[in-house]
Design a protein around this ligand. Structure first.
Ligand SMILES: Nc1ncnc2c1ncn2[C@@H]1O[C@H](COP(=O)(O)OP(=O)(O)O)[C@@H](O)[C@H]1O
Ligand SMILES: [Mg+2]
Length: 370
């Protein structure tokens, strides 16, 4: 990468297995994982402003990655440019797959898969619903590239409907135009809801196994999809359309669209207890860990290939037992793990060790010669 965050120019060649990146705070460890994440999902995991990733004072930045996948050796490159420099928003972020310019970020989905796990993810359970929606969406985009397109269409229609509703403060709105957006939202929203339902069905079984293991069988975890528009026994499309019709006056009064999958959530229970509300911090974190690890397991199952696991500063947040479970789940993955020190829990597993400092990434253990 080049002109990316704190890096002028750096190359990094991790091993196929476990890789530890260690260094002081603000050394640039997360920046490396962010660069990898960017190549997988076309966006940062921590900001929605792409230009934030460009090195301070530079006109542009570049990240390129070569990955070995089941479909062979692939190259992904992202070029970022400052707004004033770029002719259009498309020029601000250019994506190249195998040296070919991609039209849309959607083309990137599924080419190279990652699972990112950072300390914020441990707050998944007690965080606001948008964090849990993002959890579903990140995985679904990678598992089903068509999902990304659907979500983009839904969001575009939602922005249009919201803009129209806001106009209603001053001018009467055309009911036919509103109806057109309702139809559009119902159609794309229904597909999102069906995908999320299926995803949550798949992941909840794995998560509850994982949780049982993490708690030595003491706790029974239930996770389930909580659609904002319930559609049991009904066509999802019809259910959304009905909800939009019914909330029309209220939406106009409040100035936004109050119903639809953009307000979905995930339900999380231990036995009968709602963990989001009543769980102890330990229970909430273990449930979050179970969900994240299931994400990894599910991706492995569906794609038949392990994603690259990005573990940012999470080890220090976990007790020994949970650390062990995490490291066990990371088996046969390529894993990039960051920490402030050389963690023995990781080196014991034969990790390649890299020191991150002064804008450089230097291997500090003896590289294995084969
Ligand atoms: N766009 C940018 N340009 C230059 N430096 C940046 C940019 N964004 C962040 N940084 C620098 O990167 C460092 C933080 O890197 P990070 O990877 O988050 O550190 P850590 O090793 O703690 O994970 C800080 O020194 C910050 O000033
Ligand atoms: Mg960091």
């Amino acid at each position: 990468m080049n002109g990316f965050r704190s890096y002028d120019r750096v190359e990094f060649a991790p091993e196929a297995g476990l890789n530890l990146l260690y260094g002081a705070n603000a050394a640039g460890k997360t920046n490396v994982l962010e660069a990898v994440f960017l190549c997988a999902l076309g966006r940062s995991h921590r900001t929605s402003r792409d230009t934030e990733m460009i090195g301070h004072g530079l006109a542009g930045g570049y990240v390129g990655i070569e990955v070995e996948t089941a479909s062979g050796l692939r190259t992904i490159e992202i070029k970022l440019r400052q707004g004033d420099d770029a002719k259009s928003s498309k020029d601000k972020k250019q994506i190249f797959i195998d040296r070919q310019r991609a039209d849309k970020a959607g083309e990137l989905m599924g080419v190279f898969n990652v699972v990112m796990f950072s300390p914020e993810d441990l707050a998944l359970v007690k965080a606001s619903p948008d964090v849990r929606r993002r959890f579903m969406d990140m995985e679904l985009c990678q598992l089903h590239p068509a999902y990304y397109r659907k979500a983009a269409m839904y969001n575009a229609a939602l922005r249009q409907r919201n803009a129209l509703i806001k106009e209603a403060f001053t001018d009467p709105i055309d009911p036919e135009v509103l109806d057109m957006w309702n139809v559009q939202l119902a159609r794309t929203g229904a597909e999102i809801m069906r995908s999320r339902l299926e995803f949550m069905d798949d992941i909840s079984t794995i998560a509850s196994d994982m949780h049982r293991r993490l708690t030595g069988g003491r706790e029974q975890l239930f996770t389930f999809y909580q659609p904002n528009v319930p559609f049991e026994g009904k066509e999802a499309e019809y259910a959304i359309y009905e909800a939009l019709e019914a909330s029309r006056e209220e939406d106009i009064r409040r100035g936004f669209t109050s119903r639809g999958p953009h307000r979905d959530d995930i339900g999380i229970k231990l036995g009968e207890t709602d963990v989001k509300v009543y769980g102890s911090q330990g229970q909430q974190r273990t449930a979050a860990l179970s969900l994240k690890l299931s994400e990894l397991a599910l991706m492995r199952q569906v794609i038949g290939e392990s994603p690259v696991l990005l573990l940012d500063d999470v080890l220090s947040e976990l007790d020994d037992e949970r650390q062990k479970a995490l490291m066990e789940s990371a088996f046969d993955c390529q894993c990039l793990l960051t920490a402030t020190g050389v963690e023995s829990a990781v080196t014991r597993k034969g990790a390649a060790v890299f020191k991150v400092s002064g804008g450089r990434i230097t291997r500090t253990d003896q590289a294995k010669t084969q």
